[in-house]
Design a protein around this ligand. Structure first.
Ligand code: PMP
Length: 344
């Protein structure tokens, strides 16, 4: 550890979009990782604060190339918020309007951020299944058809989503780890991350286990572990878990899945902040809890890689708010660094 200047610190860039990707990797040093070394790729350090910046760039470039999106057009997407923010960054830079359909369980920080950036945000119900007219993807697809010049990005079936991870995130992990990865852990929202990186690792001949981190209430872990969808239910974690298999999620690449309850995901991100100083979002809790379970099962020294998918600054009113957690029945205050005793 040193504060010495890096040998090559890049000069100024013309556009914020040039700062997407090339995210740092840090080792978890004070949590119990068993015999493993656990590394986190900090996707929270992208300009939009999440892993989704990468796919917004590639999906919009593909739409322009194919002529699906024309000057003055409107980018329309169904999103848990992060893809929407990333698309708004790209749309702003390139002069497109942006319309986003977001389920109403998503944090108010994300929604306020999007509206302040000029996106047209439409909230819809979080409690309806895929195929229902008010489900976020169904609604976004319909709105895109109604708006002249509307382009429905559809990250859930867009090859440029997966390609962004195959071409950038995967190679970055490979280089940063010098090819030494025994397990790679990711969640599925669209599946672009796990599919693109899984395909990249396999293309390198890597034997890394590909592990799905899934919230309890998502049906996907059941498909991996038992071959049938697991029981469906609601959960607090944002951005991962589904009640259908998106086209961009290639389930056959996945070796194993963990089903993580909200309480464990939240306790894990709180512990990450308390012990490692990393402010991570709720889905990162599911990923890191899964990675820790895998690590603690190992009997030999191994190396495991997962993500901080987005910054916890987007969830201060929820995951880092003890009163909100207590209301949800999720509070484990002894872990949470309650500072009230120190305030006189
Ligand atoms: N974490 C967060 C916070 C997300 O918003 C998303 C995507 N909605 C993911 C993880 C999942 O990534 P992917 O869509 O590539 O499966």
């Amino acid at each position: 550890m040193s504060l010495a200047p890096q040998p090559v610190l890049a000069g100024p860039t013309a556009s914020l979009l040039d700062l997407i990707g090339k995210t740092p990797m840090v080792e978890v040093s004070r949590m119990n990782t068993g015999k493993c070394r656990l590394f986190l790729k900090l996707e929270s350090q992208n300009p939009g604060g999440s892993i989704k910046d990468r796919i917004a760039l590639s999906m919009i470039a593909a739409a322009e190339r194919e002529g699906w999106l024309k000057p003055g057009g409107t980018i329309v997407e169904a999103t848990a918020g992060n893809t929407g923010l990333a698309l708004t960054l790209v749309g702003q830079a390139k002069g497109y309007k942006v319309l986003l359909v977001i389920p109403d369980k998503m944090s108010k920080e994300k929604i306020q951020h999007l509206r302040a950036m000029g996106a047209d945000v439409r909230l819809t119900r979080s409690d309806v299944p895929h195929g229902h007219p008010e489900y976020y993807t169904d609604m976004a697809e319909r709105l895109a058809q109604q708006i002249p010049g509307g382009y429905y990005v559809n990250q859930f079936a867009n090859d440029a989503n997966t390609l962004a991870h195959f071409e950038t995130t995967g190679p970055e992990i490979w280089d940063q780890m010098d090819g030494k990865v025994d397990a790679f852990v990711a969640g599925i929202g669209s599946g672009g991350t796990i599919t693109g990186i899984g395909q990249f690792l396999k293309s390198k001949g890597s034997k890394a286990e590909i592990i799905l981190a899934d919230p309890v209430g998502s049906t996907l872990a059941g498909i991996v572990n038992e071959g049938v969808p697991g029981p469906e239910g609601s959960y607090t974690v944002e951005g991962i878990g589904q009640n259908f298999v998106p086209e961009t999620a290639h389930m056959d690449l996945i070796d194993k899945a963990y089903s993580i309850p909200d309480a464990e995901a939240i306790a894990t991100v709180r512990e990450l902040l308390l012990k490692e100083g990393i402010l991570a979002g709720s889905s990162s809790g599911t990923l890191i809890a899964s990675a820790l379970r895998w690590c603690r099962e190992q009997t030999e020294p191994k190396t495991c890689v997962t993500f901080v998918c987005d910054t916890g600054a987007k969830y201060l009113s929820k995951v880092y708010n003890d009163a909100w957690l207590a209301d949800q029945g999720l509070g484990e205050r002894e872990l949470h660094g309650d500072l009230s005793d120190l305030i006189t």
